[in-house]
Design a protein around this ligand. Structure first.
Ligand SMILES: C[S@@+](CC[C@H](N)C(=O)[O-])C[C@H]1O[C@@H](n2cnc3c(N)ncnc32)[C@H](O)[C@@H]1O
Length: 202
């Protein structure tokens, strides 16, 4: 159940403590490791939209922080893809709470999902849980498997490669693989626990 707190304004000054007030304690406890900090999300969304992205996909959207913060701080449309149904429900409730109408969420797996039609992609190291013994597991469904990890990273690279230009990609903590050759590295900047990188295919 989502906590019933008044919706704070979401901008580059909103704190994660404020934003995360919409989530139950178990979800808040995962925030530091698994969900994009609000300021990083707002900045990533601005990098994508300034590069021309209008319809943006968050691969592995968790409880929706990137999509919601993006929808409330830019005029683009955001779609979150998430394999865990419970997190999709939580993200949808949080988006409703914040009035983020341009943030929607799909329950599905990367393997079965086409990137076609998206002009922006956001990746916060979505598959790392398959190989890291250091991160707190989101739940018991994590399959620790370097083979699975390599498969998902390779699949992501292939889907990025197939995307029609123009497209912009922002990574936070990378995604585990190289960008396809047709993408140009625009730049990087320190953000949160790591850095944001912007790539474009034009
Ligand atoms: C590091 S979290 C990032 C969450 C969100 N993007 C954010 O920035 O707040 C990665 C998310 O990717 C999801 N995920 C992992 N593998 C996936 C897959 N194959 N298909 C869809 N979602 C996946 C996980 O369930 C997790 O919620």
């Amino acid at each position: 159940m989502l906590a019933r707190t008044p919706a704070p304004p979401i901008n580059h000054l909103a704190s994660d403590a404020e934003f995360d007030g919409v989530y139950d304690e178990d979800i808040r406890d995962l925030s530091g490791q698994h969900w994009t900090p609000v300021r990083v999300a707002v900045r990533a969304a601005k990098l994508l939209t300034r590069a021309g992205a209008r319809r943006i996909l968050d691969v592995g959207s968790g409880v929706g922080k990137f999509c919601i913060a993006g929808a409330l701080s830019t005029d683009a449309t955001y779609v979150g893809l998430e394999r865990r149904g419970r997190l999709v429900e939580i993200a949808r409730s949080a988006a409703a709470h914040y009035g983020a109408e341009r943030a929607t969420f799909i329950h599905g797996n990367l393997d079965d999902f086409s990137f076609a039609g998206f002009s922006g992609i956001y990746l916060f190291n979505p598959f790392y849980e398959h190989i890291s013994a250091l991160v707190v597991p989101i739940d018991e469904t994590v399959e620790r498997s370097p083979i699975k990890y390599e498969h998902l990273v390779h699949t992501t690279t292939a889907k990025l490669d197939k995307l029609d230009p123009p497209v912009a990609v922002v990574t936070y903590n990378g995604f585990g693989g190289p960008m396809p050759i047709m993408y140009t590295f625009v730049g990087e900047e320190p953000a949160g626990s790591d850095r944001l990188e912007l790539w474009v295919k034009s």
